[in-house]
Design a protein around this ligand. Structure first.
Ligand SMILES: [Zn+2]
Ligand SMILES: [Zn+2]
Length: 216
């Protein structure tokens, strides 16, 4: 399993437009961060989590020639704002892009991209094959994906545990925590045993309730 962090910035990216703070003015490459997205290559498939406004740049920068599916954590603009550029892969692969997200994400896509869902479609627009998911595990060929409930302040969002059966490794990406205790308990054993790598939000240095899980 190969994991590429395509973006690790905040919703505005770093640097932030017109910000004069020392981070945004820094010349250090580590202070240049695109909007959050991760690419997972495993079992001959390439998956991307979220298609934010930097999606096009991220695909070009990582020289991605093949994309099999997109998983969505939630529907905020910084996670879906680059979806239109998925059509480059529609052209290359000559098929709709498989996408997985909650009902709310689908509704947000329908509102943000009405032309994609129009009855009479303009030629060349993105083509999606959207599957509505909840928190039940599902598979993309040999890749097992377990959606994990997390909360982005009060918004229920999804993290994903992605299990590579061949290499027996698992990667879990979690957006902003805390994960509800019930959800944690229910899946506790499985997570402890199976997760090889864990990626989660820790945007602040100071104590913050979203970091509660890190202390455990
Ligand atoms: Zn700044
Ligand atoms: Zn968000």
């Amino acid at each position: 399993m190969k994991v590429t962090f395509l973006g690790t910035g905040t919703s505005q990216g770093i640097p932030i437009i017109a910000c004069d703070c020392s981070v945004c003015q820094s010349g250090d490459w580590r202070d240049k961060r695109l909007r959050t997205s991760v690419m997972i290559e495993t079992e001959g498939k390439t998956l991307v989590v979220d298609t934010g406004p930097d999606f096009r740049e991220q695909m070009l920068r990582a020289n991605v020639k093949k994309l099999d599916a997109v998983l969505f954590t939630h529907e905020h603009r910084d996670h879906i704002g680059g979806l239109d550029d998925i059509r480059a892969f529609n052209f290359i692969h000559q098929q709709p892009m498989d996408m997985y997200g909650e009902e709310r994400v689908l509704k947000a896509l329908q509102e943000m991209y009405p032309y994609i869902f129009a009855e009479k479609k303009y030629p060349g627009i993105p083509e999606l094959n959207f599957s509505v998911i909840k928190t039940s595990p599902f598979s993309i060929d040999n890749i097992e994906i377990i959606p994990i409930r997390a909360y982005h302040y009060k918004l229920p969002v999804l993290g994903f545990r992605i299990h590579d059966r061949y290499w027996d490794s698992a990667f879990m990406i979690l957006p902003i925590l805390p994960m509800p205790t019930a959800s944690l308990k229910r899946r506790n054993t499985r997570l402890r045993v199976a997760v090889t790598w864990l990626s989660m939000d820790c945007a602040r240095k100071n104590t913050f309730r979203t970091l509660r899980l890190m202390k455990r």
